[in-house]
Write a protein that binds this ligand. Structure first.
Ligand SMILES: [Zn+2]
Length: 118
């Protein structure tokens, strides 16, 4: 079981990761909006806003969106108190491992087993 301060630390790490991904997507979408606005011959604000939204979704459709999902799931597991438990063998995951990768769902042994199989 994780202590309260370990839970607080992991929550902070996860939220910082989530904020970083979201604000990176936000920056990228305002960049493409500015670029659209200066393009000659463009007159529809709605169109460029739509494009920016599409761009954000496109960017979030890749690896970041998977990471974001993993973060959300980790936060849910953290809230329900089973984040520090391996999904394979149900043994506790070392806190050092969780701190390095708060989204870890497997202990180091099971992770290595899985990597061997694939
Ligand atoms: Zn395990």
């Amino acid at each position: 079981m994780l202590t309260d301060s370990q839970v607080a630390e992991l929550r902070m790490l996860l939220q910082a990761d989530r904020d970083r991904i979201l604000s990176a997507a936000q920056d990228a979408s305002s960049f493409s909006r500015d670029r659209d606005r200066t393009r000659i011959g463009r007159d529809s604000v709605d169109e460029s806003a739509e494009e920016a939204l599409y761009g954000t979704k496109l960017r979030l459709a890749d690896r970041d969106s998977q990471t974001l999902n993993a973060i959300e799931m980790a936060l849910v597991r953290l809230a329900s108190g089973n984040l520090g438990e391996c999904e394979e063998c149900e043994e506790p995951i070392a806190f050092a491992r969780l701190r390095a990768r708060p989204m870890s769902r497997l202990c180091i042994e099971c992770q290595e087993d899985q990597e061997d199989r694939s």
